[in-house]
Design a protein around this ligand. Structure first.
Ligand code: HEC
Length: 169
């Protein structure tokens, strides 16, 4: 026998990046900075980040109800907290951590007529989720977004519903 020739197969190993949430369904609202209202800034529960929240007009206009209207979109900008020499977040006079690097933009969108291929298990009732890099492209993230939000039935699956209500009054 002569030579054995190996054929290199182009293996289409689909290295599926683990996108945070479902950016294929929940789009990035490019103009949120100008079109949405900033309704809250708070230290995140994880004690390491600052969240700045924005809501679109549909959300603001329906916040006095028990639930937000369909078409509501909520944005959470995530900043790393600036750390002091002791490695702890630097706290400003208002009790809010000083902002360090801008890390991510989380999006929640409320809709009842999602595409059939958007698995309801990845949503919190009518809310879809996605997380983006600060340039608006999808960000990898292993968190199951709906998991923490799903138990919040009383506040329309949001952590900051009461802030939004106070803001809209
Ligand atoms: C470990 C629990 C947890 C997971 C998982 C989680 N969230 Fe949240 N989310 C929170 C908490 C807590 C807040 C309130 C701010 C804070 O303290 O962090 C919040 C707030 C938000 C907000 C602002 C609206 C609100 O509910 O107050 C958006 C938007 C959001 N999350 C999107 C996402 C997206 C997108 C993902 C998936 C990438 C995700 N969340 C995964 C716990 C979670």
């Amino acid at each position: 026998m002569n030579k054995i020739f190996y054929t290199l197969l182009a293996l289409s190993i689909s290295v599926l990046a683990n996108a945070g949430g479902n950016p294929e369904h929940v789009s990035f609202p490019e103009a949120y900075k100008t079109e949405y209202a900033q309704y809250d800034t708070r230290n995140r529960n994880n004690g390491k980040q600052v969240a700045v929240m924005y809501a679109n007009k549909i959300a603001i206009d329906s916040a006095s109800n028990a639930k937000l209207a369909e078409g509501s979109k909520i944005i959470m900008e995530v900043y790393k907290a600036k750390l002091g020499e002791d490695g702890k977040p630097v706290v400003g006079a208002d009790g809010i951590f000083e902002k360090g690097a801008f890390a991510a933009i989380a999006v929640m969108e409320k809709k009842s007529n999602w595409d059939a291929n958007f698995d309801a298990k990845e949503r919190a009732k009518d809310w879809g989720f996605a997380i983006y890099k600060t340039d608006g492209t999808p960000k990898d993230n292993d968190l199951e977004c709906a998991s923490c939000h799903t138990p919040l039935v009383e506040s329309d699956y949001m952590f900051s519903y009461s802030s939004l209500q106070n803001f809209s009054m």
